[in-house]
Every structure is written in C-alpha cells, then in structure tokens.
Design a protein around this ligand. Structure first.
Ligand SMILES: *[C@@H]1O[C@H](CO)[C@@H](O)[C@H](O)[C@H]1NC(C)=O
Ligand SMILES: *[C@@H]1O[C@H](CO)[C@@H](O)[C@H](O)[C@H]1NC(C)=O
Ligand SMILES: *[C@@H]1O[C@H](CO)[C@@H](O)[C@H](O)[C@H]1NC(C)=O
Ligand SMILES: *[C@@H]1O[C@H](CO)[C@@H](O)[C@H](O)[C@H]1NC(C)=O
Ligand SMILES: *[C@@H]1O[C@H](CO)[C@@H](O)[C@H](O)[C@H]1NC(C)=O
Ligand SMILES: *[C@@H]1O[C@H](CO)[C@@H](O)[C@H](O)[C@H]1NC(C)=O
Length: 281
C-alpha cells in the first residue's frame, strides 16, 4: 500500500471520528490515566493532588491525580475531589504506592453517550475515579471499611447512577446529605426520570405533536450532520486523490524518496486552491 493510500485511510478515519463519538469508558479512563501520569512531576509529593493537563478537545473535562502510600491509604482512606474514601480499602496487586486518578466530565458529560441511562436525564457532571499502580497497572479494590461516598449538588428527585468499571450499571437512592454510596471504582452521577406521557388527552396530543416536531428537527439535524460528514469526507478523499495523481505527474519535481514510497512535499500549500472549486454542494 502506498503512503498516500495509507494517509487516505488515516484521514478518513480521523474525519469520521467526530461524527460518531464511539469512545468507550475504559478507553477514556486509559486516556485520562495517561494524561494524568504525564502531568506528574518526576518526584510527586505523596498526598498532594495534581491537576492533569489535557488537550484542548477536552475543554470542560477535569482530571487530577494523587499518589498515596499503600499503608496510609489503608489506615486513613482518602478525601479528594468529591470522593470520601474510608479507611480499610484493600488495593491489589500490592505496590508500596498507588495512584488515584479522578475525573469530572463537566460540561461534556452528556457528550459521552456511554454514560446515558434510558428514560433518565443526567443532572450533574459524571465524576469518577480509578486506582493504578505506580507504572499505570490497573488495581482492584476491596472495600472492607464501608462504602465510598460521592458528593453531588442537591437535587430532590435525583437518583444515583453508578457505572462500575466492570460495565455494571446500578441505580440507588441519594442519601440525605446528597451523596451517592458506591462500592467500587467507576463513574458516577445523578439523574432524574423523564416523565412518562400519560397525561390527559389534550395535553397528550399537544405533547405528541411537540414530540413529532422535536423528532423531525432531530432527524433533520442528524441527517444534515451525516450528509455534512460524508460530503466533507468525499471532498477530502477527492482532494487526496488529486494529490495522488499530481504526485505521480510531478515525479522528480516535488516528490522525495522516503524509504520506498514517494511522498508529495508542501501538499498543504499546493492543494489549498482546490478546495474552493471543489466545494460544489
Ligand atoms: C486544579 O484545578 C482546580 C479546578 O479547575 C482549581 O480550582 C485548582 O486551583 C487547580 N490546582 C492547581 C494546583 O492548579
Ligand atoms: C482528543 O484528541 C486526542 C489526540 O490529540 C484523541 O486521542 C482524543 O480521542 C480526542 N478526544 C476527543 C474527546 O475527541
Ligand atoms: C475524610 O473525611 C471524613 C469525614 O468526612 C473524616 O472522618 C476522615 O478523617 C477524613 N479522612 C482523611 C484521610 O482526611
Ligand atoms: C481484578 O478484578 C477483575 C474483575 O473482577 C478480574 O478479572 C481481575 O483478574 C482482577 N485482577 C487481579 C489482579 O486480581
Ligand atoms: C461489577 O462490580 C460491582 C461493584 O463491585 C459488583 O457489584 C457487580 O456484581 C459486578 N458485576 C459483574 C458482572 O461482575
Ligand atoms: C422507558 O419508558 C417507556 C415508557 O415510559 C417504557 O416503555 C420503556 O420500557 C422504558 N425503557 C426502559 C429501558 O426502562
């Protein structure tokens, strides 16, 4: 496969990525862990919470990391971020030190549809934590001293939603102190039930009509987005096709031998005018 063809595939994939936000929870956790670890100084102070530096496409998301001594975590627990972890949390495999990575999806919580619950609407950011060994090994936790409590903003009708790392989704009541009781690492939020539409007929009819409007609008928007995505992709692919041809035509002039394949040089400058003429709806 030529370099250009490979590039075509890679670019196609990159264009399609934002169209379908197919990113699963564990991949996201791995990403957060990596960013958090890279944000630690070479000799992190144990017990100090460090903010992670995230790429700009994670605006609104907040990730932090703390390194703890195993015995201190066992004897005292840990209270960072919204999490109250009691003593006697057994983490294994054993390392003298462990890292806890906290995350809050913030304003992007509803963007990650892997945290959506049917018939419920999230009413607080999705927060979470995971425990790791000092080189990023995933740890298992066993809570021997009672549950972990997660603090949430007050919301009368909300229920706790827990997305455990093993993929189990559970719902439970919020405590009187607006906290959720959790038994393992994972991601957590609170959600309110979407009211079912079994109201008197007149209202029902109005609602149904409204629903159709919303539905139509939704379909329209999704349709437009999809068409946009595909159109964008086709344009990009055509552009790349042209690049490929030009590269073949201008052999020796603007190509360089990189290994065994020919790579066009200064492609950005050369192909920019193509965009304008190519952009026919
Ligand atoms: C970490 O981030 C939080 C929230 O954005 C901020 O309040 C805090 O000051 C930051 N801490 C450091 C050490 O930068
Ligand atoms: C943000 O960009 C990184 C690479 O820079 C990518 O791995 C990640 O999936 C992107 N995140 C989102 C939410 O698009
Ligand atoms: C965590 O908070 C609880 C009460 O909220 C307190 O009893 C406990 O001592 C705190 N633990 C640490 C390590 O600060
Ligand atoms: C951690 O727990 C998971 C699921 O319960 C299990 O598959 C895995 O083997 C455990 N890891 C260790 C190191 O015990
Ligand atoms: C997932 O983890 C939770 C909390 O530890 C546990 O209650 C649940 O049984 C686990 N589910 C599976 C399928 O292992
Ligand atoms: C959502 O609610 C509708 C009607 O209120 C019901 O038919 C459906 O089974 C519910 N879905 C889930 C996953 O509970």
């Amino acid at each position: 496969m030529s370099t250009v063809t490979t590039t075509t595939f890679v670019i196609t994939f990159m264009i399609m990525l934002p169209c379908y936000k197919a990113i699963d929870s564990s991949a996201l956790d791995d990403m957060f862990e990596e960013y958090a670890r890279n944000s630690l100084p070479t000799r992190p102070i144990t017990g100090l919470l460090y903010n992670a530096t995230l790429p700009s496409n994670f605006t609104g998301v907040h990730v932090s990391i703390v390194r703890l001594r195993w015995d201190s975590f066992w004897r005292k627990g840990a209270n960072y971020s919204e999490f109250n972890m009691p003593p006697r949390i057994f983490s294994y495999p054993y390392f003298p030190r462990l890292d806890i990575v906290y995350s809050s999806l913030g304003s992007q919580s509803s963007y990650y549809n892997n945290y959506n619950v049917p018939n419920y609407t999230l009413v607080a950011p999705v927060v979470g934590f995971n425990a790791y060994g000092p080189a990023g090994q995933k740890l298992n936790l066993t809570l021997l001293g009672g549950p972990i409590l997660v603090q949430f903003p007050q919301n009368e009708n909300a229920k706790c939603v827990t997305f455990y790392s093993n993929g189990t989704l559970e719902m439970s009541d919020v405590t009187q102190e607006d906290m959720c009781v959790v038994r393992d690492q994972g991601h957590f939020s609170i959600a309110v039930q979407v009211p079912p539409s079994n109201t008197p007929e007149e209202k029902d009819r109005g609602r149904k009509l409204w629903k159709w409007w919303v539905f139509g609008f939704g379909v329209g928007v999704v349709g437009l987005l999809s068409v946009g995505c595909v159109a964008f992709m086709i344009i990009r692919m055509r552009k790349i096709g042209k690049m490929e041809k030009e590269a073949e035509n201008n052999e020796g002039l603007e190509t360089a031998n990189v290994g065994q394949s020919k790579m066009p040089l200064a492609t950005v400058v050369r192909t920019q005018p193509v965009l304008e003429t190519d952009y026919v709806p």
